[in-house]
Design a protein around this ligand. Structure first.
Ligand code: NCD
Length: 373
């Protein structure tokens, strides 16, 4: 096996990617179409390198920290694998944040400031929307002491965004359909209200600029929030909303399935109850009132979850109605929305997404850490 091969730079040069150097990656809104093309080309170059068993070590000497406050398999391990494959080192608290000083009540701000003293970049996953922004502020604050700018990479912030997932999703779609997506119809189905992957992907499709059509398939309670619909429509994407998968599926080129985000339901119902009963935010209520609302919210959440998750299952019948060249995507983990026997269908693309995730994260890390060559 060859070692330390310098991977050819993406065709057309990586110049636009230099703007990403030392930048926090918080939202897909930071990317321009001029950056997506070389980022994807670089990911493809890394895919070729891995397939051929070659090695490249542009991250030699650099340390990346994974800080995950929420469960993860793919995002956590693909970042770890990406760093390892580029010759860097990854650090993380043994056993996750549950064995860190977070359990002693340490704030996100202090935790990030601490890790920024050790690492060259921090990959953060957190249950609260906006946490990545807060972490970026903490990293900026400590940079005045350390003299080093440590970028935060948002690996999912609550129901907010998941920019690296959207990058790998768009890369996967282009890998299949080519660089121009004009004329394609994409369907998003499932929990579009709480699914951060589709929040980032709808925006990234709009930024990328192809005039695709989008069909959002969800019950009203799980509908895509208006802010994302507006973002897409204002950039020339035609968006339709429906609850009727059977009627929509035959017209789709891509069907992107999401899991019903059960873990978000209780907090969502707590907020709804606090708003309806007291006209304010749950966190502003006194402890006794909060405790009284919780069991009610749990019952409401369980009922809503049952209803939502039973609704859309992509089974063989649905696949028979779909185009022969449609692709079926899912960010994973799946629960019951795609039965395992569908994996054998050549249109099942979700494990390609898994594979592409590592290449995209390799390219992004090399760009953010200024090691593109
Ligand atoms: C998703 C996430 O964490 O937002 N998973 C992922 O990163 N691949 C989707 C989900 O949890 O349903």
């Amino acid at each position: 096996m060859d070692s330390n091969i310098v991977v050819p730079l993406a065709e057309g040069g990586t110049e636009p990617l230099r703007l990403l150097q030392r930048q926090h990656i918080l939202s897909v809104e930071q990317f321009s179409p001029a950056q997506l093309q070389p980022l994807f080309a670089q990911a493809q170059a890394y895919a070729g390198m891995v397939a051929q068993g070659q090695r490249s070590t542009p991250l030699d000497g650099l340390v990346v920290a994974n800080l995950f406050y929420e469960a993860s398999t793919r995002t956590d391990l693909s970042f770890q694998a990406a760093v390892a494959r580029l010759g860097g080192r990854i650090i993380t608290t043994a056993g996750g944040v549950h064995y860190s000083s977070v359990t002693k009540g340490e704030s996100l701000h202090d935790t990030v400031k601490t890790i920024a003293c050790y690492a060259d970049a921090i990959v953060l996953r957190h249950p609260v929307r906006g946490a990545a922004r807060e972490a970026a502020d903490a990293a900026d604050a400590i940079s005045q002491t350390t003299g080093r700018q440590v970028p935060i990479i948002n690996a999912g912030d609550g129901i907010g965004e998941h920019p690296t997932q959207a990058l790998l999703d768009l890369y996967t779609i282009k890998d299949r359909f080519g660089p121009r997506l004009e004329g394609l119809t994409l369907g998003f189905i499932g929990d579009l209200r709480n699914g951060r992957t589709v929040h980032s992907l709808i925006k990234l499709l709009a930024i990328d600029g192809d005039h695709v059509r989008l069909v959002c398939i969800a019950p009203e309670t799980l509908a895509m929030p208006a802010e994302y619909l507006q973002f897409a429509r204002s950039r020339g994407i035609a968006v339709e909303e429906t609850e009727d998968l059977l009627a929509a599926v035959g017209g789709l080129d891509v069907l992107y399935v999401t899991r019903v985000q059960k873990e978000r339901f209780v907090s969502q119902h707590l907020e709804d109850l606090a708003h309806r009963a007291f006209g304010g935010r749950y966190e502003h209520l006194d402890a006794d009132t909060q405790a009284a609302l919780r069991p009610v919210a749990e019952i409401h959440a369980a009922r809503a979850y049952e209803k939502a998750s039973a609704n859309y299952v992509i089974d063989e019948m649905i696949m028979r109605l779909a185009k022969r060249d449609m692709i079926l995507m899912h960010p994973l983990p799946r629960v019951s929305e795609i039965p395992a026997d569908i994996d054998l269908d050549s249109r099942a693309y979700y494990f390609r997404q898994v594979q592409n995730g590592m290449y995209i994260r390799m390219a992004l890390l090399a760009a953010v850490l200024g090691r593109l060559g």
